[in-house]
Design a protein around this ligand. Structure first.
Ligand SMILES: Cc1cc2nc3c(=O)[nH]c(=O)nc-3n(C[C@H](O)[C@H](O)[C@H](O)COP(=O)(O)O)c2cc1C
Length: 585
């Protein structure tokens, strides 16, 4: 491991729940997301749909990535209206050294992440913990007024990247553990305590996943895709989705869209990625065979468009030669690919008004403004990653859902079937066969693609000429909302000289993986995750990291030496709050 990057140390369920209770009692927020930003269904608009054999309450959720790795991330997505979760990809190589920073969301998105940063055993624990945490939050009466009747949700496993790894005993342990999670869930129930104690026996389905998405990224050999899908279906009884890469469009088409149409001329494509990935003819033949195989096995085979696009790392923000492009430009690429696949497989994809055929999930540049039209194409689920890494964070998902509900209400579409039918009618009225062709054609017109161009996306971020300090800053709150791990805490300062700004920001060091996203969005100069006070809640973790930062305990704040900052943090964390709760934490 890179010695500079400490491993993530997920919090146990009781500590997460103590935080929920204290924050809710303090300022009606949960994991720093204000209750008024939670998603609550609009009366008269039914967003429920079937995803992987489960009826879920909304068609959206976070895509595999930093928002689906730890239990508190899953809870934040749920509070914002996510009802399907593509869990962070798991793979056999679970001790990878991920370079840092690994996320660069200044304009269009880039990252250099791989799969989960936790071990497979920790990932299993996190996914079970997240499942139980959602069951508790769903049943917890104080949240009811803010979340309404939340309805059901589903977790989807994401696996990579080769047959040997996916067939290994340790991967089987993880998948079996999620398929028969009863004993693990029961063992965790003892941690449901305090104001949640009456929910210790809350209902939680022991089958946490019934679908898996295969990420064909990171060198997944094209000739192993079929065998992996077959293995997941037969050995594990899973429905399987294959997540395709935008390279399937071919380098020429990608260059024409990315460089010529959208103006990202300086983004160098990676010829090797196009050559090494699944090719068009082979993909169509594979889809044929896997559809038949799934039918014989009584399972469902689906497609997901798309993963990120491998490009040369040209920005110099993150280390390494390659980077993975996401966000607005990927949206145009993925809709174009969807249209081509739909044309090549007429009537075979479950799109538009179709209720049968190969289901297609989507993740590519979804934001609050295009969520509604994308849902109208019949894609299920529609998932988001890059947009949630921008200021507002998880709350942006709820904004998208509100916009979808508003538009449906305005056009009197009571449910998603009616919404899709409207999109299909509008497509036909405009001379297109279906809504996908309509959307792809729109994105080829100057008016349709304008908002996805480099020019539109590369608005400068706010910057102030000031070095970030440990206490006091502009107090914009960006570090809190852009952190997918919820590793920042804002503490209202109150009248506490010598502190001046209205909030102080503390880093929950055990949850920070130094992805760098807070650095991008902090208007001041400096790295918030390093400059702001770094707090530990677990003595062993603090010791293991050489006693850096501060250990928060009930009697007080401990630092390696006597320190004025520690006494300020001590005062700040003595305000009512979860850091000093009744359980002595
Ligand atoms: C930081 C980051 C990490 C990601 N990690 C994964 C992953 O582990 N597995 C995966 O299949 N996709 C991963 N993705 C890809 C996303 O799931 C998604 O398919 C892609 O980013 C396109 O959606 P977006 O434009 O909304 O970001 C990651 C994307 C980002 C930005």
């Amino acid at each position: 491991m890179n010695p500079r990057v400490p491993p993530l140390q997920p919090w146990p369920l009781d500590r997460l729940l103590a935080r929920v209770a204290q924050e809710w009692a303090g300022d009606k927020s949960v994991f720093s997301l204000a209750g008024r930003r939670f998603w609550k269904a609009e009366p008269g608009v039914d967003l429920s749909c079937d995803v992987g054999g489960r009826r879920v309450a909304t068609p959206v959720g976070p895509a595999a990535g930093p928002h689906t790795q730890m239990a508190q991330n899953l809870a934040l997505g749920w509070l914002a209206g996510a009802r399907t979760f593509e869990l962070k990809t798991v793979q056999i190589l679970d001790q990878l050294d991920i370079p840092r920073p690994c996320i660069d969301m200044e304009h269009e998105g880039y990252n250099v992440e791989w799969s989960q940063e936790l071990t497979l055993e920790q990932s299993l624990d996190e996914y079970v913990k997240g499942w139980l945490l959602l069951a508790v939050l769903r049943a917890w009466e104080p949240l009811r007024a803010s979340v309404g009747e939340p309805g059901d949700h589903a977790f989807e496993l994401s696996v990579g990247y080769d047959l040997a790894g996916i067939r290994s005993d340790r991967m089987a342990m993880l998948i079996d553990g999620l398929r028969q999670a009863g004993p693990r869930l029961d063992a965790m129930r003892a941690l449901i305590s305090g104001p949640f104690a009456h929910l210790r026996d809350v209902a939680a389905d022991p089958v946490i996943v019934s679908t898996a998405t295969l990420s064909t990224f990171h060198g997944c050999p094209p000739d192993e895709i079929e065998a992996i899908v077959e293995h997941l279906m037969t050995r594990h009884g899973l429905d399987v989705t294959v997540k395709l890469n935008p390279t399937l469009l071919g380098q020429e088409t990608v260059a024409a869209i990315l460089h010529d149409r959208l103006g990202y001329g300086q983004v160098p494509l990676d010829a090797a990625a196009f050559a090494g990935d699944l090719q068009w003819d082979r993909a169509l033949a594979m889809i044929d065979r896997l559809e038949s195989f799934a039918r014989r096995e009584g399972r469902e085979f689906g497609l997901k468009l798309t993963n990120t696009l491998v490009v040369e790392n040209h920005r110099g923000v993150m280390p390494g030669d390659k980077a993975y492009l996401s966000g607005p430009p990927l949206h145009v690429l993925a809709v174009t690919l969807l249209d081509r696949l739909n044309a090549a497989l007429p009537g075979r994809l479950r799109l538009g008004e179709a209720t049968k055929g190969i289901p297609v999930a989507f993740s590519a540049g979804i934001d609050k403004d295009n969520l509604a039209s994308t849902v109208g194409l019949g894609l299920l689920p529609v998932t988001v990653c890059s947009d949630l890494l921008r200021p507002g964070g998880y709350g942006r998902l709820a904004q998208g859902l509100r916009s979808l509900s508003r538009q449906m209400k305005k056009s009197r579409a009571a449910d998603l079937a009616a919404w899709r039918a409207q999109a299909a009618r509008a497509a036909r009225a405009d001379g297109h066969d279906d809504a996908v062709a309509h959307q792809a054609a729109l994105l080829a017109t100057a008016g349709g693609f304008a908002r996805y161009t480099a020019e539109a996306v590369r608005e400068p971020l706010r910057e102030v000429d000031h070095d970030l300090e440990m206490f006091d800053c502009l107090a914009c709150g960006n570090c809190v909302t852009v952190c997918p791990n919820n590793a920042f805490l804002a503490v209202p300062t109150g009248v506490r000289p010598p502190l001046k700004s209205r909030s102080q920001y503390l880093v929950l060091a055990e949850l920070c993986n130094e992805c760098g996203n807070c650095v991008t969005f902090c208007p001041e100069r400096g790295a918030p995750y390093l400059v702001k006070p770094r707090l530990y809640t677990d003595a062993a973790a603090w010791e293991a990291r050489g006693r850096e930062g501060m250990l928060i305990t009930d009697p007080g704040v401990t630092t390696a030496g006597a320190d004025e900052a520690a006494s300020l943090v001590d005062a700040l964390t003595r305000q009512p709050g979860w850091l000093r709760d009744d359980t002595g934490r």
